[in-house]
Design a protein around this ligand. Structure first.
Ligand SMILES: [Zn+2]
Length: 433
């Protein structure tokens, strides 16, 4: 069994708070070669023990904070064990989703309500077919999104432009003046779904990038090199070194979001940058799953996304980043629905659909490390702060209530399989004013 974080269906209570020793050792052993000399086995065991001790320390610290918050949420209770010291509910400022794929047409109509039920605003990614390359495209796409929702739904789509080799400085100016475009997305050509029209060389985009600096529009980066000779698990790390670091040096005032950060190197890179200038979004799947989830008992197409799931050490680094209280890391689901048949195919599409239970999934991840008190900053504060927008005033409440994620949801003329399909989640979102 290879889900170190959430392999049990009792994720909400009995196993909350961290890993068991066997889980940790199991993940460490997975890295070991059976033919290693004894000395390396001793080192491995030592490392494993070190991880256990580190997590035990973390849990003790978190236990104290949970006790305080539990007493606020349910003062009549006098908890006696770890499992009972988790809060029964969590009320936070309404979150926003800073990375969302809504698709278009009937597909968009069938998935947009999931996001509108959870989030106040969302950064809408522009990789449609054809992509959203102009302000006029963005205005029309925004209108289609709003038209797909019941009248007076307070959900606000924050539009983006798709950067191409041909994007002009004048188009950037128009985008800013429109008041509905909030960022520009960089897809290296061929990096992911519908990225064929993406950027082949940043040299060709300098006028647009300089205009973004001038008008204060951030660059949102799909940070993977596209060289097919580079191992798929190394593509993010190499992008940071080869592409993003030189770009940030070349344009010192360009603000940037490393979208869907997946590696410890990305965490370190972001942390090394000015916090007001470089941020990162983190998805629920990269906080909850490691790359073993791609092959658990067989190929798991619904766990395939780009950037691809990484090793356990990277998942732990991401969890550490989002629960650190750093304002550089904020919520971005990268919810990317595909019709079931296009995932379960000889060449399946990349993308996980998580909008159905985004907050519940994040809460599960935060609770795993006893850091529910850090969820609000990550989900509701740091994103609008980075984008220089007001925080939402509405509140939402997560209640401790176990439910089973449906096997599928309607999607266009077919269905979409959601993240954690058929599995239990221990939190349920309820709206309040
Ligand atoms: Zn995306």
């Amino acid at each position: 069994m290879v889900f170190p974080a959430v392999q049990s269906t009792n994720i909400s209570r009995s196993s909350q708070g961290g890993h068991s020793i066997s889980q940790l050792c199991g993940s460490s052993q997975a890295k070991d070669n059976m033919n290693l000399a004894k000395v390396s086995q001793v080192q491995s065991a030592s490392k494993c023990l070190h991880q256990v001790l580190r997590l035990a320390t973390l849990q003790r610290a978190n236990l104290r904070s949970l006790t305080v918050r539990a007493s606020v949420a349910a003062p009549e209770r006098r908890q006696e064990s770890v499992s009972k010291q988790s809060p029964e509910s969590l009320t936070i400022t309404q979150p926003d989703d800073w990375h969302l794929h809504l698709r278009d047409g009937p597909a968009m109509q069938s998935c947009v309500q999931h996001s509108a039920a959870q989030f106040g605003r969302a950064i809408i990614m522009p990789n449609l077919k054809p992509p959203v390359v102009s302000t006029e495209d963005a205005i029309q796409y925004r209108q289609r999104i709003l038209s797909a929702l019941p009248k007076d739904t307070p959900f606000q789509p924050l539009m983006t432009l798709y950067l191409t080799d041909k994007t002009t400085a004048d188009e950037i100016r128009k985008a800013k003046e429109s008041g509905i475009v909030y960022a520009v997305k960089l897809y290296p050509a061929g990096a992911t779904t519908n990225s064929a029209a993406g950027v082949t060389s940043l040299d060709k985009c300098m006028a647009a990038l300089e205009a973004m600096v001038e008008h204060g529009l951030p660059l949102l980066v799909h940070g993977e090199v596209t060289d097919p000779s580079v191992d798929i698990f190394d593509r993010e790390r190499l992008f940071l070194d080869r592409v993003l670091a030189p770009l940030l040096a070349r344009l010192p005032d360009l603000r940037c979001v490393v979208e869907h950060a997946t590696t410890k190197e990305a965490v370190e890179f972001v942390r090394s940058q000015d916090a007001t200038r470089v941020g990162a979004t983190v998805t629920p799947q990269h906080l909850l799953l490691n790359r073993n989830a791609l092959f658990q008992g067989g190929v798991r197409p619904h766990h395939f996304c780009l950037p691809i799931l990484k090793r356990e050490e990277h998942r732990e680094a991401l969890l550490g980043a989002v629960t650190s209280g750093s304002p550089q890391f904020f919520l971005g689901t990268d919810s990317a629905p595909h019709e079931r048949g296009t995932k379960e195919a000889p060449c399946g599409c990349a993308g996980c659909f998580s909008a159905h239970a985004a907050l519940e999934l994040y809460a599960t991840a935060f609770e795993e490390v006893g850091a529910l008190d850090k969820l609000e900053g990550f989900a509701s504060f740091f994103g609008p702060d980075f984008y220089r927008l007001p925080r939402n005033s509405k509140k939402v409440t997560l209640r401790r209530q176990t439910w089973t994620v449906p096997d599928e949801y309607p999607f266009a003329t077919g269905t979409v399989v959601p993240l954690f399909a058929g599995r239990e989640l221990g939190w349920s979102l309820q709206q309040s004013t």
